[in-house]
Design a protein around this ligand. Structure first.
Ligand code: ASP
Length: 343
C-alpha cells in the first residue's frame, strides 16, 4: 500500500465561519478530518501532520517554509509522497521556496487547497485533495514516482510550483502557469506529461536548505513613477536584491535619473533583476532601445521567471551564499529546478 504524508498548514480548505465577525478562520484538524472520511477510505494510506495552530496563508513567512520543508525531510524515507494543504493566497511563494529548499528531490511534494471551505456543500476541497493524494502516490511501471517535483494541483491541473501564480480570487481554477505547460491534467483519468517533468539527480541524497535572507524588495515601475519612490526603495538599509518589475519585454523609462539611481545601487552591490510585469513571455533586454540603460546599469535579466519564484530564489541564494554575491548573480541567471527558460 502506498503511503502519503498530508502536511496541513491551514488555508480556506480548513476554515469555518466565525459567528461573531462572520469572517473565515482556520478550524482544527479534527474538525477537518470529520468532513473528509474519504481520506481514510481509499487504497492509499494517508497520515497527517499539522501546523498548530493552522494559519491563513497571509501569515506564512520563511520560518513556515522551513517547518514544511523540515517535515518532508524528516519523514522522507517513510512515505511515497507528500501533500501540503495551504491557503491559496501565498501558495505560489511557499511552493516556489520549497522547490529550492529541497535539493535532489526524488518524490512528489504536491501543494493544494481550495477556494471554498471543506464544510461548504459546493466546495472544491475534496476533489483537489483526493486527486493531489493520488498524484503524490503515483508511480510508473518501474515503481518510480511519476512527478518527483514540488507542484501545485488545483481544479484539474498539475503545475510545476515555481512556475505558478495565483490568478483568480473567485474561480475554482485559482492558479496558472503562464510560461510552462501543465505537468498533468485530471479528468476521468489523470494524464501525465512525463517529458515535461524536471528530474533531479536522485543518486545524490536529498539536501535540505533552510537559510534565508529577506533583505529583498520589489520595485514596480509605472508611468509617472517619481525619483523619490525609486530612491526610497533602493536606499533601504541592508537591501541586497531587488525584483525590478518592468514593462513588456523588460523595458523602462529612459529618464537619466532612473539610470543613475539603478547604476549607483548596482555599484553599491545591490543585485537588481529585471522581471516583466506581463504574465506570459520573457524579458529580452536590448530588444528595444528603452531597455539599453538597464543593461548599462548592470541590471540582470530574469528571463521568464515569476515574481514568486524570483523573490524566493533571491532569499534562498542570499541566505545560502551570504558572502558570494558573484555566485548569487550567476545562479540567478541559471535554471536550478525548472523555474526559468534560458534559450
Ligand atoms: N486567505 C486564504 C488563505 O490563503 C485563502 C485561501 O486559502 O484560498 O489562507
Amino acid at each position: 500500500m502506498s503511503k502519503v504524508l498530508l502536511i496541513s498548514t491551514g488555508g480556506t480548505i480548513t476554515m469555518v465561519r466565525e459567528p461573531k465577525s462572520g469572517s473565515l478562520v482556520p478550524a482544527d484538524m479534527e474538525t477537518f478530518k470529520a468532513f473528509m472520511p474519504e481520506l481514510f477510505a481509499g487504497d492509499i494510506r494517508v497520515e497527517i501532520a499539522a501546523f498548530d495552530p493552522l494559519i491563513d496563508s497571509s501569515d506564512i513567512a520563511p520560518d513556515s517554509w522551513t517547518k514544511m520543508a523540515q517535515m518532508v525531510y524528516d519523514h522522507y524515507d517513510e512515505y511515497d509522497g507528500f501533500v501540503i494543504l495551504h491557503g491559496t493566497d501565498t501558495m505560489s511563494y511557499s511552493a516556489s521556496a520549497l522547490s529550492f529548499m529541497l535539493e535532489n528531490l526524488g518524490k512528489p511534494v504536491v501543494f493544494t487547497g481550495s477556494q471554498l471551505p471543506v464544510g461548504v456543500l459546493r466546495s472544491d476541497a475534496k476533489e483537489n485533495l483526493l486527486t493531489a493524494i493520488e498524484i503524490a502516490a503515483a508511480k510508473d511501471e518501474d515503481g518510480n514516482a511519476i512527478v518527483p517535483e514540488v507542484t501545485i494541483y488545483f481544479e484539474d491541473r498539475l503545475f510545476r510550483a515555481n512556475r505558478t501564480t495565483k490568478r483568480n480570487a473567485e474561480h475554482f481554477s485559482a492558479f496558472n502557469s503562464y510560461n510552462y505547460p501543465a505537468l498533468a491534467k485530471a479528468g476521468v483519468h489523470i494524464t501525465y506529461q512525463p517529458h515535461l517533468v524536471h528530474y533531479s539527480d536522485t543518486r545524490l541524497p536529498l539536501t535540505l536548505h533552510t537559510q534565508y535572507d529577506t533583505n529583498v524588495a520589489v520595485l514596480k515601475l509605472f508611468p509617472g513613477i517619481q525619483q523619490a519612490t525609486v530612491r526610497a526603495i533602493l536606499h533601504i538599509r541592508g537591501l541586497k536584491a531587488v525584483v525590478l518589475e518592468t514593462f513588456g519585454a523588460g523595458n523602462a523609462p529612459t529618464a537619466k535619473w532612473l539610470y543613475r539611481e539603478l547604476k549607483s545601487a548596482v555599484d553599491k552591490g545591490i543585485i537588481i533583476v529585471n522581471k516583466t510585469q506581463c504574465s506570459t513571455g520573457s524579458v529580452e533586454m536590448g530588444l528595444y532601445a528603452v531597455s539599453l540603460n538597464l543593461m548599462k546599469a548592470g541590471v540582470l535579466s530574469g528571463y521568464d521567471i515569476t515574481t514568486e519564484a524570483l523573490l524566493t530564489k533571491m532569499m534562498y541564494l542570499l541566505g545560502e551564499l551570504p558572502d558570494q554575491p558573484e555566485k548569487v548573480k550567476q545562479l540567478l541567471q541559471t535554471n536550478l529546478c525548472g523555474e526559468i527558460t534560458i534559450e
